[in-house]
Design a protein around this ligand. Structure first.
Ligand code: KG4
Ligand code: ZN
Length: 351
């Protein structure tokens, strides 16, 4: 089955054509075309993503990205050999989502193909399937960590998803971006914080040495699977104000302290979720899954609890259209996703 997938939920305009085959436990995906235009350089100036600016850029970029993807796949723009169009319907920035949906519906009419709506978070969740060695074992726990979400999800099957925990305020990626901004680095600053923290650890000669700074870890000991990141952001703000002019070494130490405070609750609550649900597999998805300190913490869980750890390929951690095609295929096979006549953008679409 050939799926043309469109993603416009935030600041990436992406379209891919995927040849999908196989059963749910052993699916296979071949990329025929895949193009992504990032708007990061535009939003950088403002320190975050502005929905109306994102919309304008998506409108401009969508035809360009489509032409490029069809060209790479060697497909006729008037009548491409695809079976279905998949488009992100939420969660995300509604003005941005609408551009992708309207574009998908226009193409569907022109090419006489069905369109199915896809949940962006299912895209992050199932992106690990792109390269899968062994069939997944259930129950599984998924940790979804991005710029907009921080969620723990229990899976009792491909179509039995239950959110068991989430952030009460900011998402962890958002916290990384805000901390980076306070240290004087542009959006999205997550990778920069992670890089500086790595330098601080290297300088100290030990990956185990903690930063000389200590930030709070709210909700660490609460009897649930929820998270909170707004207090951490405020703590970084106060520390930066108190310290005044920051040299690079101090920034590295602050980045390390921030990373420890942001990541450790994720690892601790993921451990509890795995143990309490007798999970066999740990799935990770979303932009923050690229974080090395998180990956190290989760590898410890894998070894100590004997669970399989499934991470997406580095290129598939942040937003892309391949993951939307993969989630569409999973949804089609489980029967959870059906072609829709009119799709509505839903900024807060739950899993
Ligand atoms: O999944 P994603 O591309 O977009 C959303 O759906 O939100 O995630 C982007 C987020 C940003 O907040 C970015 O700073 C963060 O992922 N991120 C990281 C790293 N790489 C990306 N955060 C921490 N460490 C990283 N290495
Ligand atoms: Zn995302």
């Amino acid at each position: 089955m050939r799926i043309l997938a469109i993603e416009t939920s935030c600041d990436e305009t992406a379209i891919a054509i995927l040849e999908c085959g196989g059963e749910l436990l052993s699916p296979s995906f071949r990329v025929l075309g895949n193009t992504l235009l990032s708007q990061i350089h535009i939003h950088k100036e403002y320190g975050g993503v502005f929905p109306m600016l994102a919309k304008r850029e998506h409108l401009k970029n969508l035809p360009i990205v489509l032409a490029e993807t069809l060209k790479e796949a060697g497909e006729d723009p008037e009548n491409p050999d695809i079976d279905i169009i998949a488009v992100t319907a939420g969660p995300g920035l509604e003005p941005a989502l609408w551009t992708g949906i309207a574009f998908a519906e226009e193409l569907a009419e022109k090419w006489r193909k069905p369109v199915i709506p896809v949940n962006h978070m299912e895209g992050h969740l199932f992106s690990f399937l792109f390269k899968q060695a062994e069939p997944i074992r259930f129950p599984a726990i998924a940790l979804l960590v991005s710029g907009g979400h921080t969620e723990l999800v229990l899976l009792d099957g491909f179509d039995k998803l239950k959110v068991i925990g989430q952030t009460r305020d900011d998402a962890v990626g958002e916290a990384f971006d805000k901390a980076a901004r306070l240290l004087g680095f542009p959006y999205p600053g997550g990778p920069k914080i992670s890089e500086l923290a790595g330098i601080a650890r290297k300088r100290s000669g030990s990956t185990l040495r903690k930063s000389p700074f200590l930030f709070p870890r709210p909700m660490l000991n609460t009897n649930d699977y929820d998270f909170s990141y707004s207090g951490l952001k405020t703590a970084v703000l106060y520390a930066v104000k108190k310290l005044g002019e920051l040299d690079m070494e101090t920034k590295e130490d602050l980045a390390q302290a921030f990373e420890e405070a942001a990541i450790e609750p994720l690892v601790l609550k993921t451990r509890r979720a795995l143990e309490e649900h007798g999970a066999q597999t740990l799935i990770v998805g979303g932009g923050v899954s690229a974080n090395r300190y998180l990956q190290t913490g989760l590898a410890v869980l894998r070894d100590e609890l004997g669970v399989d750890l499934r991470l997406p390929l580095p290129d598939l951690t942040t937003d892309n259209a391949l993951m939307i095609g993969i989630a569409a295929y999973v949804g089609i096979l489980t029967g959870r996703s059906k072609p829709a006549e009119a799709i509505t953008a839903r900024g807060n679409l739950p899993l």
